[in-house]
Design a protein around this ligand. Structure first.
Ligand code: HEM
Length: 397
C-alpha cells in the first residue's frame, strides 16, 4: 500500500522568513520524511512529490517518465501539445530532431570562443555602473543586460531591435504582469521571432538562427526553437547573477575568499548553482506503472521533481544548507539530468564565471544599499526564483 507516505497538499508555499536562499520549509520537511511524498496538484489531480537527490536523478534518466506537455496530468482539462520547436516539453524522437542540430552550437569549445565577447559585454555594463555611480539596481545594470545581449548576439537579433525585444521578453518572463499583458507580450515576441526567421532566411548573417535556416526545419519550428532558447536561457542566467550576488553579499567570508582567489571562480559558480537552484521544479508523467521507492506510480500520474530540495539533500551534499564555495558541488541537478539536461549550460557557466569574477574584482566594496529583508523576492509561483531588484552601493574614491 502507498498510504504510509508523507503528504504534501500545498504548493507552492513561500520560503522561511529571513532565508531567501532556502527552499520552502514544506519541501525540506517533506524530504526529511523520505525521498517521495504523496501530493495533490493544484488542479486537484493526485500526484507525487520527489525531493531526494538519488530519486530525482533516477526519474530524470528514466525514459518511462515523459516531459510531454499534453500528458501532464495536473489540471482538470487536457493540455495541448507543445508548439513545434518547443522541445523542452517533448519526448523522443521529436525532442532529438530539434535538439540535435543545436548541440554543436553550444559546445564547451564554441562557448569558450565567446568568452572574450562576454568579457567585453560585462566590462561595458560595469563601466556604465561606474559612470552612473552608486546606488544602482544590479538587476537592471548587470544581471539582465549581460545574458540578454549574449542571447541576442547568438540568435542574431539586430542591434536596433534589442530595446523593444528586451521589453517584450521582460514582460513575458518576469511573472509580474496581468494575463492580458502576458498574452500580448508572448504574441509580440512570437511575431517578432517570425519576422526574424524570415529575415535570416532571406539574408543569412553570422549567427545560430541563420545557420539553422540551412536545415529541414520549418519557419514555425525555428520560431519555436528561438523561443525556447530565450525562455530557457535568459531569465535563468539573469536570476543566477542577481540572486548569486545577493547570496555572496550575505556570506562575506565566502565573498572575501572568492575575491582573494580567482582559481575559486569555477567552483564558486557550481556551488552557487547548487545552493540557489533557481530553476527549481519540473514535472514528469509516468508512461506505465512504475515502482519507485516502495510506491507504484500509476501510468498517467504526474510527479513533481524538486531540484532545489534534491540539491540540499544531506545524503548527497555534506552540510547542504551552507554556501561553501570550496566544496565539490559537481553532480548537482541545477541543470537537470538526462535527455533534457540544459543545452545552454556551458554558455551559462561562461557568463557566470566572467560576470561574477569581473564584478567582485571591479567593486571590492560592493554592498547592499537596503537591509537584506527589504530586497524584493520573486514569489514562489514564478517558474524561476530570484530577486526583483537588488539595490547595491559601493565606495567611489
Ligand atoms: C544558470 C542558467 C541556467 C539554468 C539554471 C538552466 C536550467 C535548465 C534546466 C533545469 C533545464 C531542464 C529542465 C527539465 O529538466 O525539464 C534546462 C533546459 C534547457 N536549457 Fe537551460 N538553464 C540555464 C541557462 C540556459 C542558457 C543560457 C540556455 C541557452 C541559451 C539554455 C537553454 C536550455 C534549453 C534549450 C533547454 C531544453 C533542453 C532540452 O529539453 O533538451 N539554458 N535548463
Amino acid at each position: 500500500m502507498n498510504d504510509s507516505f508523507h503528504t504534501v497538499t500545498t504548493l507552492p508555499t513561500e520560503r522561511p522568513a529571513g532565508c531567501p536562499f532556502d527552499p520552502p520549509a514544506v519541501l525540506t520537511d517533506a524530504r526529511k520524511h523520505g525521498p517521495i511524498s504523496r501530493y495533490t496538484h493544484p488542479g486537484g489531480k493526485p500526484g507525487w512529490l520527489i525531493t531526494g537527490y538519488d530519486m530525482v536523478r533516477s526519474v530524470l534518466a528514466d525514459p518511462r517518465f515523459s516531459s510531454r506537455k499534453d500528458l501532464m496530468n495536473v489540471v482538470d482539462f487536457q493540455l495541448p501539445p507543445a508548439p513545434p520547436g518547443e522541445f523542452l516539453l517533448m519526448d523522443e524522437p521529436e525532442h532529438s530532431r530539434y535538439r540535435k542540430p543545436l548541440v554543436g552550437k553550444f559546445t564547451v569549445r564554441r562557448m569558450r570562443m565567446l568568452t572574450e565577447r562576454i568579457e567585453q559585454i560585462t566590462a561595458d555594463c560595469l563601466d556604465a555602473m561606474e559612470e552612473t555611480g552608486p546606488p544602482t539596481d544590479l538587476v537592471t545594470a548587470f544581471a539582465k543586460p549581460i545574458p540578454t545581449i549574449v542571447i541576442c548576439e547568438i540568435l542574431g537579433v539586430p542591434y536596433e531591435d534589442r530595446a523593444s525585444f528586451q521589453e517584450q521578453i521582460d514582460a513575458f518572463m518576469g511573472g509580474e504582469v496581468s494575463d492580458e499583458e502576458l498574452i500580448a507580450a508572448y504574441t509580440a515576441t512570437q511575431e517578432y521571432l517570425a519576422q526574424l526567421v524570415a529575415a535570416k532566411r532571406a539574408h543569412p548573417t553570422d549567427d545560430v538562427l541563420s545557420e539553422l535556416t540551412d536545415s529541414d526545419l520549418t519557419d514555425e519550428e525555428l520560431r519555436g526553437i528561438s523561443l525556447i532558447l530565450l525562455a530557457a536561457g535568459f531569465d535563468t542566467t539573469a536570476n543566477m547573477l542577481s540572486l548569486g550576488t545577493f547570496a555572496l553579499l550575505q556570506n562575506p567570508e565566502q565573498l572575501a575568499a572568492l575575491r582573494a582567489d580567482p582559481a575559486l571562480t569555477d567552483g564558486a559558480v557550481e556551488e552557487l548553482l547548487r545552493y540557489l537552484s533557481v530553476a527549481k521544479t519540473f514535472h514528469r508523467t509516468a508512461l506505465e506503472d512504475i515502482e519507485l521507492g516502495g510506491v507504484t506510480i500509476t501510468a498517467g500520474t504526474t510527479v513533481v521533481l524538486s531540484y532545489n530540495t534534491a540539491n540540499r539533500d544531506p545524503e548527497r551534499f555534506t552540510d547542504p544548507h551552507a554556501l561553501d564555495l570550496g566544496r565539490q558541488a559537481g553532480g548537482h541537478l541545477a541543470f537537470s539530468h538526462g535527455i533534457h539536461q540544459c543545452l545552454g549550460q556551458q554558455l551559462a557557466r561562461v557568463e557566470m564565471r566572467v560576470a561574477f569574477r569581473a564584478l567582485v574584482d571591479r567593486f571590492p566594496t560592493l554592498r547592499l544599499a537596503v537591509p537584506a529583508a527589504e530586497v524584493g523576492l520573486r514569489p514562489e509561483t514564478a517558474d524561476i526564483f530570484g530577486v526583483k531588484s537588488l539595490p547595491v552601493t559601493w565606495d567611489t574614491k
